[in-house]
Design a protein around this ligand. Structure first.
Ligand code: NFS
Length: 661
């Protein structure tokens, strides 16, 4: 049993892993055990940007002496590798955002008839940011202008991204001073690839500055655009109740899982799965109904907007299939393990690739086209229904599931602090100033089979809230907390420190706020900007008592996200070994130099206890620098009265949250 406990911190996952081992089914957990990391590549010392190499820059004095065949030094190589990771991560988020922009355009022009603008208020808010006139104009005309302006951000050659101005002025000034204000998203990614190709940019600091410029294009461009368009098209999230873990699958219904990242098709599947025709079709195949579930970030998207349950994050994808209950799983782009196609052959599960960009050998392909979205969604639901009859009895059926509350968008967090008419960030800032809330941590990023999967997320989540730190979670960080049962208001009563608990009770929120998918880390950027604007804390993002942690990261996207937070002024702590660890010089730039210039150092720290200590230290030092009351558990300064549920209801009877928290 101990051997198994090494693999996942999640009990339900452990049961399935154990069952799989007994049935000789291999998963990422066994592969992680068998396949050791290359120690040279792991720390950034392998250069493969040309074919004279790969050159391995190792040895006792590698930092000073080792050279590639062209003469590239270890710091150059490590910095180049880092910048390439940032470029890849930025490309991933931003290509997703580009597709969303074209979907918005097609919806606005009537070419994608199955989509419409669901959140007009958000559309107007976004139009306002983009200086687009909206009053008195037809909604679709405004939406078209918004889409076209966003599309400009991808191909712009000169100038700056539109959304940079959403950051506090001082943050913008730092970007301009250091030359990291991005021009166009594609331009920065392209230039990152150019500058890191053989024989171009060799100065580590200069390379990394462009890395930050690229990452900022990801955060304030790709991610923020994706979030905003998704809200416009499908609705801005507000808290909903749902469930998480493998027990969400139903024995007597068709189980269809939406896995991946782009929400358009998943939204349409959610829509058609409740059509009477489709339900009748499922019944004609002997099922009682159609049960949708999510996986990875698509899960977060449909969980936040529709309460569709989630089967969990990255390392749960193979395990989901091993329940034997998944009739079909659609996958589009990013974080899809190709292993699921092979594994699915041992069961009845159909893996359906849907993006024109991504196919997997052994999977079936039903290509998504936004112009025929409903028709394609119906086709997929029917495939799942047809396959229900092929379900075999074997599989590791698991009944564990936990309630979750998700859907804390920027807009809702603002609303919950004052109702529609007095929405603000004042109460949150006041609670931080008074020491009731010590600080804020963004707990994000992947779960990873190289550590007991989801375990570090869970450890940090409980320890941080115990220390009165409010958590905003995204991506698989949210899944890790959700499948542990942590995303409920009750969590505050059981685990939160006295100050945080009081705040959560007064507002009626969990101590861990699920803010969405990984692209929705952009919500944290705008929340921090709003806090800076509100006053009383820092007047820029840098210097806030806030930290970002991605304790189990594995994706290049996580690196891009981490870097845009650093460039914006948030200290970032990653788990695992440092991918630039071979170079002291690069490590120094990313910690000390980034701190001096942006107030956003990046650390890599494998030890969970040290991660926690480092995060609390940054928070306490920021409090000290801001001359806030010293944090002491249970002892608070004076602050304004928080708006409780009754007062909020009183203020605003018209706009009801989806659930009563
Ligand atoms: Ni984020 Fe979402 Fe998860 Fe990591 Fe992958 S699903 S985009 S990269 S694994 S958190």
């Amino acid at each position: 049993m101990d051997k198994h406990l090494m693999k996942s911190a999640d009990e339900a996952s452990e049961k399935i892993i154990e069952w799989g081992e007994a049935h000789k089914l291999e998963t990422c957990f066994e592969r992680a055990e068998k396949l050791k990391q290359c120690p040279i590549g792991e720390t950034g010392a392998c250069c493969k940007v040309c074919h004279m190499g790969p050159c391995r820059l190792v040895g006792k004095n590698a930092e000073e002496e080792a050279r590639g065949i062209c003469g590239a030094t270890l710091p150059t190589v490590a910095a180049r590798n880092m910048v390439r990771m940032i470029a890849a991560g930025t490309a991933a988020h931003s290509d997703h955002a580009r597709d969303m922009a074209f979907t918005l355009l097609a919806a606005a022009t009537g070419e994608a008839k199955d989509f419409e603008i669901k959140d007009v208020r958000k559309l107007y808010r976004v139009a306002g940011y983009l200086d687009i006139e909206f009053e008195g104009r037809p909604v679709n005309d405004v939406a078209k202008d918004v889409a076209l302006k966003f599309i400009e951000d991808f191909g712009r050659q000169k100038g700056e991204l539109y959304y940079l101005k959403r950051a506090p002025k001082k943050t913008q000034e730092r970007w301009r001073k250091w030359g990291v204000a991005p021009r166009g998203i594609d331009r920065e990614v392209c230039e990152a690839m150019h500058r890191t190709s053989v024989g171009v940019d060799h100065e580590p600091d200069h390379l990394l500055l462009h890395g930050l410029r690229t990452a900022i294009a990801d955060g304030w461009g790709g991610c923020m655009i994706a979030t905003d368009i998704t809200d416009i098209l499908f609705g801005t999230p507000r808290p909903v109740k749902a469930e998480a873990s493998f027990g969400i699958f139903k024995e007597d219904e068709v189980n269809l899982v939406v896995h991946g990242h782009e929400p358009s098709l998943a939204e349409m599947i959610v829509d058609v799965a409740s059509e009477p025709d489709m339900i009748a079709y499922a019944k004609s195949k002997g099922a009682k109904g159609i049960n949708l579930g999510g996986m990875c970030c698509t899960a977060n998207e449909v969980l936040m907007r529709h309460g569709i349950p989630t089967a969990g994050g990255f390392t749960n994808q193979e395990l989901g299939i091993m329940t034997g209950l998944v009739d079909a799983m659609t996958v589009d782009v990013q974080c899809i393990m190709p292993a699921i196609a092979e594994l699915s052959k041992k069961f009845h599960t159909k893996i359906i690739t849907t993006s024109e960009k991504a196919k997997i050998p052994g999977a079936m392909h039903v290509e998504y086209d936004e112009h025929r979205a409903r028709e394609i969604a119906r086709e997929i639901v029917k495939i799942a229904c047809d396959n229900y009859q092929n379900r075999k009895t074997e599989g590791s059926h698991i009944t564990d599931k936990f309630p979750v509350v998700a859907g804390f968008s920027h807009e809702y967090i603002e609303y919950m602090q004052g109702g529609r008419w007095r929405a603000s960030f004042r109460p949150l800032n006041d609670a931080i100033m008074a020491g009731r809330i010590r600080g804020v941590v963004g707990l994000a990023g992947c779960d990873n089979p190289r550590v007991p999967s989801t375990g570090i997320h869970r450890y940090l989540a409980t320890e941080l809230i115990k220390n009165d730190v409010l958590i905003v979670s995204t991506g698989c960080g949210s899944a890790a907390c959700g499948t542990a049962g942590y995303l409920t208001p009750e969590m505050a009563l059981e685990h939160a420190g006295p100050g945080l608990r009081e705040v959560c009770e007064a507002i009626g929120i969990p101590p861990i706020l699920h803010a969405g998918a990984c692209v929705d880390n952009s919500r944290i950027l705008t929340i921090l900007s709003a806090m800076a604007e509100e006053g009383g804390l820092s007047d820029e993002i840098g210097g806030m008592p806030g930290v970002g942690i991605a304790p189990e990261w594995m994706s290049e996207k996580a690196i891009a996200i981490g870097c845009y937070f650093c460039g914006s002024g948030v200290p970032i702590i990653f788990g695992g070994e440092s991918p630039v660890g071979a170079s002291q010089e690069v490590t120094r730039i990313m910690t000390d130099v980034w701190w001096e210039r942006f107030k956003g150092p990046m650390h890599f720290e494998p030890d969970p206890e040290k991660m926690l200590a480092l995060a609390l230290d940054y928070i306490d030092k920021a409090r000290e620098a801001l001359k806030l009351k010293k944090y002491e558990p249970g002892k608070f300064g004076a602050e304004r009265v928080l708006m409780d549920m009754a007062a909020r209801r009183e203020l605003e009877k018209a706009a009801k949250p989806h659930i009563e928290l």
